[in-house]
Design a protein around this ligand. Structure first.
Ligand SMILES: [Zn+2]
Length: 335
């Protein structure tokens, strides 16, 4: 038995030297110290030995167990201290590169254009209060957007912002006039999800406040953004639209980029695609954020980044964008 214990010790020392990770260490620990280990077997079979020999083997077993415990402890510390910096340069390379989401790419492009035009990029909280999301934007409590069906409310009476427009309010409060800001971000509405609708989508809010700002300034900025994104001159048109925070309010349409205005299934044969609500900032909205509507005027627009990405990359199902389906998304890997 003494010889066998010496052999076990030698074998253990050889094995622990080549341990490379914590999993292997756990296996070795159970092999030599576990209930079914050879050392445990020897200890339980000692009863049959004469008393002198029993004492000697018992002492050897205990000594060996203590030595093994100590070595396992040391190895454990060594592996943990090494683990953060332990790169195995011989491992094969994963060739699947990550890529940016189409929404991120389009959002960055729009921000780049706006920054060149002197806009400051700002952000706001995704969990908003009722005042910034609705009241300060002249959205009365009777407006359908206030309906519980559309808005996710939290137990504490806050809500997940339903648009990026509260960023306008926060910027007006913080910076006053004149103002030129853009706020890209995620918005939430309690929608049933299908190919055209998502409960989580991305918008970009833009706002300009200054003296003598007019609708033609709005058109100039919108055409500039779209021409830059699509790499060609894009024709736009304004239709009247009702949004409580602008007066007059418009729907901005862009000439269908797929059929070039001739009519196709994407534009439902109209030749135009609805892109973003916009308009001249309502005097009440300016007033609520302490800007004098007798001195200043402004325009605001909300571009649907999700829709823009779908148009630019010809994505016909909105669900792909939030799907985390890398196979689908990697086809837009253009960065
Ligand atoms: Zn078309």
């Amino acid at each position: 038995m003494k010889d066998e214990l010496l052999k076990l010790k030698k074998q253990f020392i050889e094995e622990i030297v080549s341990v490379r990770n914590l999993e292997e260490l756990t296996l070795i620990k159970s092999k030599y110290l576990g209930k079914k280990s050879r050392i445990s077997e020897i200890m339980s079979s000692m009863k049959k030995l004469p008393i002198e020999e029993k004492r000697e083997v018992g002492a050897l077993c205990n000594k060996l167990k203590n030595e093994i415990t100590q070595k396992v402890k040391e190895k454990n510390e060594e592996l943990i201290s090494k683990s953060t910096f332990d790169f195995d340069l011989t491992m094969p390379i994963n060739k699947n590169r990550g890529s940016l989401s189409p929404i991120t790419i389009v959002g960055k492009e729009v921000c780049d254009v706006l920054q060149k035009l002197g806009f400051t990029i700002v952000s706001g909280p995704e969990i908003e209060d009722e005042y910034h999301n609705f009241d300060a934007l002249n959205i009365p409590s009777t407006h359908p957007a206030r309906d519980m069906q559309d808005t996710y409310w939290t137990n504490s009476g806050k809500l997940l912002r339903t648009h990026t427009s509260p960023c306008q309010v926060r910027a007006m409060e913080k910076y006053g006039a004149p103002l030129r800001i853009a706020a890209p971000g995620r918005c939430f509405r309690n929608e049933d999800i299908d190919a055209c609708h998502e409960n989580t989508f991305f918008q970009l809010e833009g706002m300009v406040i200054d003296k003598n700002v007019s609708i033609s300034n709005l058109l100039y900025v919108m055409k500039g953004i779209l021409s830059e994104i699509f790499g060609k001159v894009v024709e736009v048109r304004l239709r009247p639209g009702y949004f409580p925070f602008v007066e007059p309010g418009f729907e901005l349409d862009v000439k269908c980029l797929i059929c070039n205005g001739k009519g196709c299934p994407t534009c439902k044969d109209s030749g135009w695609l609805e892109l973003c609500p916009c308009g001249m900032v309502h005097p009440k909205v300016l007033k609520m954020s302490n800007i004098d509507p007798n001195i200043y005027s402004g325009f605001a627009f909300g571009i649907g980044l999700t829709r823009l990405a779908m148009m630019k990359y010809h994505i016909n199902d909105i669900r792909i964008l939030n799907s985390c389906d890398l196979e689908e998304l990697s086809q837009f890997d253009i960065m």
